[in-house]
Design a protein around this ligand. Sequence first.
Ligand code: FMN
Length: 211
Amino acid sequence: MFYPTNTNAHNLPHDPFKACVAPRPIGWISTLSAGGVANIAPYSFFNGVASDPPQVMYATSGNQPHGPKDTVTNIRETGEFVVNVATWDLRDAMNTTSLPVGPEEDEFALAGLSQAPSQLVKPPRIAQSPINMECRLVDIIDLLSKDPLLPNTMVLGHVVGIHIDEKILTDGAIDNTKLKLISRLGYKDYACVDKVFSMSRPGGGDKLAGL
Ligand SMILES: Cc1cc2nc3c(=O)[nH]c(=O)nc-3n(C[C@H](O)[C@H](O)[C@H](O)COP(=O)(O)O)c2cc1C
């Protein structure tokens, strides 16, 4: 089958696009409002985009009933955020933080999560998450949007510090069988990474990648 995306005439019960770009890592982002209210939300239009210096992106679409999504508003106001890794054990808490609550509500309390202090930025980390990346805003870029009232926006951040819980390491490397991160597929589906295989890159590629 083929369908053009301008009409979205796929004749399927649900839009398949997100299932075609999967699995997507979940950037579980904690921020602080200018007034100091802590906010958390999951974003699966998220990825790392460079490693030296390390940089990440996430994209936010549409608005909340009260206006733009709190995460992007807070980042615009403070220039800082923390990306926390979502794991199998934290899946319900992650989902709870996707609720469209008002900017006055502390989402750590809402999801039963605890705050851990960051070292280089003000927003707190999610204490229960085994990996937290402290980020400073690099740029906010408008993406194509069909409706100017429902904008698509990309946020780029410089990862200035990384916390790793040593419990998820084996021989000094992050062990995915211990981490059990979750990622987003299409529809209501998720994947949990608990099986891993390795391949060496041809032509000295491993050396280039620093391995
Ligand atoms: C797993 C998951 C991934 C999500 N990914 C995105 C995304 O990439 N972009 C987006 O705009 N909303 C995404 N959402 C919805 C936001 O989390 C939701 O709108 C949330 O209320 C935003 O909170 P905020 O206003 O505190 O930023 C996702 C929700 C879930 C559960």
